[in-house]
Design a protein around this ligand. Structure first.
Ligand SMILES: [Zn+2]
Ligand SMILES: [Zn+2]
Length: 255
């Protein structure tokens, strides 16, 4: 299994990256399978350096804040209007309940059902795994102002644990236990941001990964343009015993 950081800018696009989106790929039955974890604003642009987003096998949305889902609208345009190209089947979009209506409104269709010609919306259910090709994906509820899930993705014997947006919470242990890599929301800075139930700081990311047990790599992501990533890294490194990695736009990681 490998994943590519398509977008890692927290809360909105930044100068070097769109908002949240991670392309996860694995070989299976003679071809490459590709899923997107989140499809934040701007993400379908740089995704084209790796594959035409029309060819994704599925989209999985951690929650319905715009920086995690708005490019579902851009993808709808691509599926409908790319000259000479389309899809044989509807694209599965796994998302918290309400995605259908929300994204229909964002696109501007009066009847959200109009999106059904291209998308098949499937509600995420806490702790109920589902499969897409070689991937088994388990949504774990996390601590954010709206219904939100961390996504535990397993394939080829490897585990990627993506926290989505969350404050530290006990559920992060079931999400992250024994993960080969934890991709953790680090929008907050210790000493500056203290509201509960929204995001983690570097120290909270490290604490969550340590408490889960067996985590091999810790990577900070969702760092907004107004943060200094090295401050986030230092706050995590004070607790995490190994290297603290920072997600880099367009970088690919093998797990
Ligand atoms: Zn976010
Ligand atoms: Zn959010």
């Amino acid at each position: 299994m490998r994943f590519t950081v398509i977008g890692c800018s927290g809360s909105m696009p930044g100068p070097a990256s769109p908002a949240s989106c991670y392309l996860v790929q694995a070989e299976h039955e003679g071809r490459t399978w590709s899923i997107a974890l989140d499809l934040g604003n701007g993400s379908t642009g740089p995704m084209r350096s790796f594959l035409d987003p029309i060819d994704l096998d599925a989209v999985v949305l951690s929650h319905l804040h715009p920086d995690h889902c708005l490019d579902v609208c851009s993808l709808y345009v691509a599926i409908n209007y790319t000259p000479g190209r389309s899809r044989e089947s509807r694209m599965p979009v796994y998302a918290p309940p309400g995605a259908h209506e929300r994204l229909g409104r964002a696109y501007g269709v009066e009847q959200p059902e109009n999106l059904d010609g291209r998308y098949e919306f499937v509600d995420l259910v806490a702790r109920r795994p589902f499969t897409v090709g070689p991937f088994t994906i388990t949504p774990v509820p996390v601590f954010h102002p709206v219904e939100a899930y961390g996504l535990r993705v397993e394939a080829d014997g490897a585990v990627l644990a993506y926290t989505g947006d969350t404050d530290i919470c006990p559920e992060l242990s079931e999400l992250c236990a024994d993960a080969d890599l934890v991709l953790a929301d680090c929008a907050y800075v210790d000493g500056r941001d203290d509201s509960e139930g929204v995001h983690m700081s570097g120290s909270k990311c490290a604490r969550a990964a340590l408490d889960a047990g067996g985590v091999k790599r810790l990577m900070l992501t969702h760092i907004p343009a107004w943060n200094d990533p090295e401050v986030c890294r230092a706050q995590a490194a004070a607790i995490w015993p190994g290297d603290v990695e920072i997600a880099r736009p367009l970088a690919t990681y093998d797990l």
